[in-house]
Design a protein around this ligand. Structure first.
Ligand SMILES: [Zn+2]
Length: 256
């Protein structure tokens, strides 16, 4: 009954590419050349103006609220207040150099990510996670004291401007000699993170070649939790930085 089925599909207008055009329906009068009357009121309206249900909602979370998982902190966007401290810090149950905490949602994601890496035979641990305002004062201060402010500003955030102070950021290390070194990018841990971190809601925040936007040298170990949806969207759109994704001003340096 193939012929019958094909004829039925033709009648229903479902065969469009491979089937010959159906001949004119003898019951339909030839076009007279006059403009068509108003469209049949029962015809469905074209859907071209309907919003795309799959479009990514860039307003789902605030990028300004320090408590938001999408908060964007850079040299031009300090935390508000600059002494901000999260209230839901927990220590992730993973190997860690100094046991620093993360916000609960990022801690859980880190535990799942480290477990997934281990399942792939890749050792991953936290080198550094949440640092409070006072700690950042001393970290930044020591960079300035040892290497000067100009260098310090490309390497360490001024207090109130550090992603580590959000509680959503961790520096990761592996079982290699590339801790906090750009060679981490090519290690087993570094390559695993580049491939899989987005599945757990993390994005490499200071990618290679983006210093003019982020204000920081390439840091292949520094990952920021933004949630799975945004991390995956950044990848899908091949957008390197949060600043570009949200159309923000590049932040190569402090305003003053
Ligand atoms: Zn970091």
């Amino acid at each position: 009954m193939v012929g019958f089925a094909a004829a039925s599909l033709l009648a229903a207008g479902l065969l469009t590419s491979c089937a010959p055009e159906p001949g004119p329906d003898p019951s339909t009068p030839e076009p007279s050349g006059k403009p068509s009357p108003t469209p049949d009121a029962e015809s469905p309206a074209p859907e071209t103006s309907a919003p795309d249900a799959n479009a990514f909602d860039k307003t789902a979370y605030s990028i300004d609220d320090s408590d938001s998982i999408w908060v964007i902190v850079n040299k031009l966007r300090p935390l508000n207040p600059q002494s901000y401290a999260p209230t839901d810090l927990v220590v992730p149950n993973v190997a860690s150099t100094n046991g620093q905490p993360l916000r609960a949602v990022a801690a859980t994601a880190t535990e799942e990510m480290v477990a997934a890496a281990a399942a792939d035979g890749v050792a991953l641990h936290i080198v550094s996670a949440y640092r409070d305002y006072d700690t950042q004062v001393s970290v930044y201060g020591s960079f300035v004291a040892n290497q000067g402010q100009a260098y310090a500003d490309t390497t360490s955030a001024r207090p109130g401007h550090s992603e580590h102070q959000t509680g959503l950021t961790a520096d990761f290390g592996g079982d290699d000699d590339c801790t906090l070194d750009t060679c981490f990018a090519d290690t087993a841990a570094g390559t695993w993170l580049q491939k899989r971190a987005a599945e757990f809601g993390f994005t490499m925040r200071y990618p290679d070649g983006a210093e003019g936007t982020t204000g920081y040298h390439f840091e292949p170990w520094h990952y920021r939790y933004v949630g799975v949806a945004l991390a995956q969207e950044l990848r899908a759109q091949d957008v390197a930085t949060l600043e570009e994704f949200f159309g923000l001003q590049a932040a190569p340096d402090y305003a003053g």
